[in-house]
Ligand binder design. Structure first.
Ligand code: ZN
Length: 116
């Protein structure tokens, strides 16, 4: 069954409602304070999981992509940011370590190779 994400302004809480489409309606009362005055559907939250409409359990992971997605979902934003920085670090700090004697670094040619 699909999950719908709601946000209640009255108690400032985000929660998910799992129900079938036929039971769904826009004005479900808040799970916590039962107010339905300031409850909003968070479409942006749900859009993030649309590609795999229902999150897969571990036994349903079939591809490396599934596994990567599962692991990413479990990470906090801090961890994601850290990995992203770590992954792209080499672009900013190009290796400048001294080379062994007799070796030189190659520089990329500016002109494109013409294949004749
Ligand atoms: Zn509430």
């Amino acid at each position: 069954m699909p999950a719908y994400t709601f946000f209640c302004e009255a108690c400032n809480k985000k929660y998910e409602v799992v129900c079938s489409i036929k039971d769904y309606h826009d004005k479900l009362p808040c799970e916590f304070c039962e107010s339905n005055v300031s409850v909003h559907r968070m479409y942006t939250e749900d859009a993030a999981t649309l590609s795999s409409s229902v999150k897969k359990s571990d036994s349903e992971l079939k591809t490396v992509g599934d596994l990567a997605k599962r692991n990413t979902d479990r990470m906090s934003n801090d961890e994601k940011q850290y990995l992203k920085t770590k992954h792209n670090e080499y672009k900013e700090n190009k290796p400048d370590a001294p080379l062994p004697k007799g070796m030189s670094r190659m520089t990329r040619q500016k002109t494109k190779t013409k294949w004749v």
